[in-house]
Ligand binder design. Structure first.
Ligand SMILES: Cc1ncc(COP(=O)(O)O)c(C=O)c1O
Length: 422
């Protein structure tokens, strides 16, 4: 084959047309008649019919509170809830269900750790290491603890190529009790070297916690291979419903951590002069849990496993490559993407600035053509300051997006360019 001959188009490992048909919202049109081009999955993903059906089925046929009633449907509801936990454990490579705690979202998971582990183990001067690229969910709980306990926070900086600058890692980890960081940036798309950082944290005598909110929906995940002690993610970004998140932790660590919220479910015994906690994971699940949401998350995991997480990742790399190439070819220097240039080192999160048009204006004009992108600070204000911008527009990709969606984005950006040139 001659060197100049164009490469044949890569075969997409996912049948996106068939996948799209599984998502009721994506088959609709906007009020002005455009097909919906949903490019905001980093914020929250759409839900396939299978997830809606699984949740509906609980309400229709198996709804009761869990871990309480001994009648048939209560036992069935409990079984479905705990089966969802088993699916989560398998999906993230957790050795058992005992380490899988259901929370409201990943934000609650990190607050749980800061409140429980943090308040039991940290006092003035103790060091927690974070990074400059964190979402507020893995930042504010530690800032709150800093205010309360005067702990010391240190930050791994961002390098000019949008990766983490690890040149000062040993110094930053010196004396640290915890290193907590995102596995994939929700602004830059950067994949961080999780295993390397976990090993470095352990070598320094620190625990390692990972924010998997953007990682789990897009890459095969194995918490043991990643080497972390604590790992959180959120259901609504991986085709599941809102109101359900997960904190995974090594069992002996969770066992030692004090309970977070108090009430029903989380106790073994209560007297008027005291109480004893339940076993993990229920020790951390106070009150009636998100039963139907957990079942929906289980159905989302079934859906993704059916596609195959390797195929999901290969699709993302192929589509991100197409998006980076298309935007560069059509807009050149007028459009700047804040994030790594190599698709293998990033996810399909494309934060961009276009000419000097405000991201909110871009988002609004794109919306008129059915193209949904997020605009704003993406809950990462410190990172925005490092990038020197107040906001970006952000297009983010998932299993139901294809090259036609990227072309629609580019066409809508052309229209925005013309509109704002007037
Ligand atoms: C990297 C990252 N961490 C944490 C969160 C918080 O997720 P939730 O709002 O579901 O708790 C998000 C959501 O955007 C995120 O992208």
């Amino acid at each position: 084959m001659a060197l100049t001959e164009p490469k044949p188009p890569a075969v997409d490992p996912l049948d996106v047309a068939r996948i799209k048909a599984d998502f009721p919202l994506l088959t609709g049109t906007t009020v002005n008649g455009y097909p919906i081009v949903y490019l905001d999955s980093a914020s929250s993903s759409q839900k396939p019919q299978a997830v809606l059906d699984a949740m509906d089925d609980v309400y229709h046929h198996a709804y009761a509170n869990v871990h309480r009633g001994v009648y048939g449907i209560a036992a069935e509801a409990t079984e479905r809830y705990e089966a969802a936990r088993a699916k989560v454990a398998r999906f993230i490579g957790a050795p058992s269900t005992a380490g899988v705690v259901f929370t409201k979202n990943v934000t609650e998971a990190f607050n749980l750790v800061a409140y429980s582990w943090g308040r039991a183990n940290l006092s003035a001067g103790d060091v927690v290491v974070l990074t400059e690229i964190e979402h507020h969910a893995n930042l504010v709980p530690w800032l709150m603890l800093q205010q309360e306990r005067e702990i010391e926070l240190r930050f791994i900086p961002m390098a000019p190529d949008y990766t983490l600058d690890l040149s000062g890692l040993d110094r930053l980890l010196d004396g640290a009790r915890l290193l907590s960081f995102t596995a994939m940036s929700n602004v830059l798309g950067t994949l961080t070297p999780v295993r390397h950082l976990a090993d470095a944290a352990h070598a320094a005598g620190a625990l390692c916690m990972v924010d998997g909110a953007q990682y789990v929906p897009h890459l095969p995940t194995d918490v043991i291979e990643l080497g972390c002690d604590l790992f959180g993610f959120t259901g609504h970004k991986l085709l599941g419903p809102t109101g359900i998140g997960v904190l995974w932790g090594r069992e002996e660590l969770l066992d030692q951590m004090p309970a977070f919220l108090g009430g029903g479910e989380m106790i073994r015994d209560v007297r008027l002069d005291g109480w004893t906690p339940n076993d993990i994971p229920w020790k951390f699940e106070a009150g009636t849990p998100p039963i139907v949401e957990a079942v929906g998350l289980g159905a989302a995991i079934d859906y993704l496993e059916n596609l195959g997480m390797d195929a999901v990742r290969r699709h993302e790399i192929a589509l991100t490559t197409y998006a980076l190439d298309t935007l560069a070819a059509r807009f050149g220097n007028e459009l700047t993407i804040q994030g790594p240039t190599d698709p293998a080192g990033r996810g399909g999160v494309l934060s961009f600035s276009y000419r000097d048009v405000h991201p909110h204006d871009i988002s609004q004009v794109l919306d008129e053509r059915g193209v949904c992108v997020r605009a704003g600070h993406h809950c990462a204000k410190p990172l925005m300051r490092v990038l020197g911008v107040g906001a970006t527009a952000r297009a983010s990709l998932y299993v139901y997006n294809d090259e036609a969606d990227i072309d629609a984005l580019a066409d809508a950006l052309d229209a925005a360019g013309e509109f704002f040139a007037l």
